[in-house]
Design a protein. Structure first.
Length: 152
């Protein structure tokens, strides 16, 4: 079993509901199910972004999206952004290394002890302190990094 702690960006969570992208829907569902059996933490920010995107962009009824967020809260350990995480995110955004919302998610994940975040929206291999962003989806299914983290 992999021992590396990691987190999921909101885009992975959203794809698990995106019927317009059936291949990624299936892959995201696989990632989330496998992540529940590993050392995966979710940030409160990713859960909030999922709710906003699911209800606005995917027209998921708010009650359904809220129930899903509550289910993930029950399954995964979670972390909110501390003042220290905010400061790290502000510093990264000031230097234009990251968009603020991405930096905040990465800073919170770092505080949870994560060394990897699976994200489609950030550049593969980019580093935020001791944390590395890895693409979850590959050309032929899940990426090698996702498979390794998820023990697949």
């Amino acid at each position: 079993m992999a021992t590396e702690r990691f987190s999921l960006d909101s885009n992975v969570l959203v794809y698990a509901y995106d019927r317009s992208a059936p291949v990624k829907l299936e892959q995201a569902s696989t990632i989330i199910a496998a992540a529940a059996r590993t050392d995966c933490w979710l940030t409160n920010q990713a859960l909030g972004e999922f709710f906003a995107a699911a209800t606005r962009k995917l027209a998921v009824p708010p009650a359904e999206a809220a129930a899903q967020v509550r289910e993930w809260f029950a399954i995964f350990p979670t972390i909110g952004a501390s003042r220290r995480a905010f400061d790290a995110a502000l510093t990264a955004a000031e230097s234009r290394r990251f968009a603020f919302r991405d930096a905040l998610l990465l800073a919170a994940a770092t505080e949870a002890g994560c060394t990897v975040v699976l994200s489609e929206d950030m550049h593969e291999g980019v580093r935020f302190g001791s944390l590395t962003v890895r693409a979850p989806f590959g050309a032929n299914g899940l990426s090698a990094a996702a498979r390794r983290l998820l023990d697949l």
